[in-house]
Structure formats: C-alpha cells, structure tokens
Design a protein around this ligand. Structure first.
Ligand code: SAH
Length: 327
C-alpha cells in the first residue's frame, strides 16, 4: 500500500498518529484486507478501503514451477510491468526476489530485462507490495534485490523498503542487494548503511574489454574501481562481498578466465557465486563440467566459491529471465 497516501489520509480523517503503525503491523503480518484489522474502528476501515488501495500493484498473472517457485507479474497503477518471485527450498527457506525498477536501462547483453523498455524506478511502497503479496501466501525469511532493474539506481526506494522488511520477518543478514557496481549507490551503501545487508556485485568477466562488451556499464564504472570500493566496504564493515559470475559457454568460462578473476579479486575480501546461465536466447550456458573446472581454479586460489542452485527455470522465473512479455 502507498504508505505516504496512508499517512496523509489518516491525517485528513483526523486520526491519531499511531493508526498508521497499526495498519502497517497488520499488513506486515500478512493481512489480506482492511477488514481484518479488528483494532481499527469499522468506519475507519471503510474509509481506508475507499481512499487507500490495499496494494499499489495489481496481480496480472501468476506462474508456478514444478519446484514450487512462484512468479508473479504485477502492474503499477500507471500500467508498468513488475515481476517478483517466491522461491521455496527443501530446507524450508522461503526467499523472495524483488524488482527495484520496471525494466532496466543498463542493457547487459545476456539479461532479458535489459532487452525490455525501461519505464521508471519503483517507489518503496511498490517494492514492499511485492513482498507483502508473498507474505500473504506464507511466512518468508529471505529477500534478494535481484529482480528487474538496478537497485543502486533506485537507492532511496530500495533502502526505505529494505528497512521495513524486518517487520515481515526478514532480517538484514537475510537480505541481499545485487548491483552491477553502480558507483554512486555503492558509495552511499558503504557510507550510509549500517545494517548488515549482504552486498553482491555482478562481475561476469575480469577482463575489461570482455566485461564492457557484456555489460556496457563497465565503460562508465570500470571493474577495478568497483572492486576497490568493495575493499573499502570489507575494511569498514568487516563483511565479505559476494561476486556473481554468470557462466556463458565459450565466452567467459575458460580456466584462464577463472585465474584472471582470482587475480583481480585476491584473497580474503570476496566470495564467488557461479550462476548457471538461464536461457534467454542470447548465449549457451556452460556445461556442469566446465563450471566445476572453473570452480576448481578458484578453489586453488583459495577464493570461496559456490555454484548457484537454479529455481523456477521452467516458468522463466530464474535469474535474468524476468522480462514481462506483455510489457
Ligand atoms: N541489476 C542487478 C540486479 C538484477 S540481476 C545486477 O545486475 O546485479 C541479478 C543477477 O542475475 C545478476 O548477477 C545478473 O547478471 C544475473 N543474470 C542476468 N541474466 C541472467 C541469466 N539469463 N542467467 C543467469 N543469471 C543472469
């Protein structure tokens, strides 16, 4: 729900300030309507239902994977597409992947969102409404800002939303913000955010020419600067930075490229997460053996490396596949 509109509406109705907190508490615990908010006077519940839409987003469609993953396509009030995903893991973890923008202006060549038209930053309430939607389905405990868009181009919206997620049951240590290395946002994150939210950086190639060809943003904010800024974070906060590396067959998956990645990262500051490429029509994904060989090189360089578990591939809900067809 639009939390600013909620506050102004409550003020116009002459309601005490604590009402806003009451409404939010219900919403954060998964209430599906104002009707359920039994500590609010019934006439007030009716007024709110008439003036403050319960969600800023309308559900347009929902897809379910055989692994339990759910992908939801929403529309903002002004008609822009937003996708979010609920991932269910065997150990009981429930993780949501939320979008920070409708579309993305950054045109990474392997990413489906980069191919769709960029609309705008989402408001904090629009980001929270993705989470609240899934909270109404079941309890959730992890969140990743890895849906559509570049979170650090929408720093304020993302941070306002992230700071409310603990009330939905997601602690900062269980949140991850993933960035291409958008320096203005990265610098603000390091200087301003004291909560232990995890930081992940999409690297995908250590070599500058290759990285620029995959991620044009590298021309503007080169990887060396981004990694140095990350080292400042590691020193200041004493937390490692996660490196994302999507495995593209014959493009960035050779052992020599793993060695180059290891050299640019160096020991102690980073953990690498290798991402199996999810088909979006532009590249072939590396084979399991190639990914294992790449990991072995990093292991020898003593860089902690894991391989990401893919969820929701059959419903195009996996990493980099979020791009509303109807957008
Ligand atoms: N803009 C941010 C967050 C969104 S993308 C960022 O780039 O980090 C989240 C992750 O999915 C990024 O690491 C991105 O590079 C990766 N990704 C994009 N397309 C993919 C695909 N088709 N298969 C696997 N990972 C992909």
């Amino acid at each position: 729900m639009d939390l600013d509109l909620l506050d102004t509406t409550l003020a116009e109705l002459g309601q005490p300030a604590y009402r806003s907190g009451q409404v939010w508490e219900w919403a954060a615990r998964g209430a599906a309507s104002y009707e359920e908010m039994t500590n609010l006077p019934a006439p007030l519940r009716d007024e709110l239902a008439a003036h403050v839409p319960f969600s800023t987003l309308k559900v347009e469609s929902e897809a379910r994977s055989k692994d339990g993953t759910v992908k939801t396509l929403f529309r903002t009030a002004d008609g822009h597409a937003v996708e979010a995903v609920l991932m269910r893991y065997r150990d009981g973890r429930r993780s949501i992947c939320v979008s920070s923008q409708s579309g993305c202006p950054l045109t990474c060549t392997f990413c489906a969102t980069g191919k769709m038209r960029f609309a705008r930053n989402l408001t904090a309430s629009e980001i929270l409404d993705q989470a609240l939607h899934f909270r109404r389905v079941e309890a959730i405990d992890h969140a990743v800002f890895m849906g559509m868009g570049e979170p650090f181009m929408n720093f304020d919206g993302v941070l306002v939303a992230a700071r409310r997620l603990p009330e939905l049951g997601i602690t900062p240590r269980r949140m991850t913000i993933s960035t291409v290395g958008w320096m203005p946002g990265l610098t603000r994150f390091i200087d301003e955010v004291e909560e232990p939210i995890r930081l992940a950086v999409s690297v995908h190639a250590a070599e500058p020419t290759l990285r620029s060809s995959l991620m044009p943003v590298n021309d503007r904010y080169p990887l060396t600067d981004v990694l140095n800024e990350c080292r400042r974070y590691v020193a200041l906060r004493n937390r490692r930075v996660y490196i994302e590396y999507v495995m593209l067959a014959g493009v960035n998956d050779a052992p020599s490229q793993a060695a180059a990645l290891g050299r640019s990262l160096g020991p102690d500051a980073f953990k690498v997460n290798l991402i199996p490429y999810n088909p979006t029509g532009f590249y072939d994904g590396s084979s399991r053996d190639t990914i294992a060989a790449f990991k072995a090189v990093l292991d020898r360089a003593r860089i902690p490396t894991t391989i990401r578990l893919t969820r929701g591939r059959d419903i195009a809900a996996a990493c980099g596949q979020l791009a509303a067809v109807s957008a």
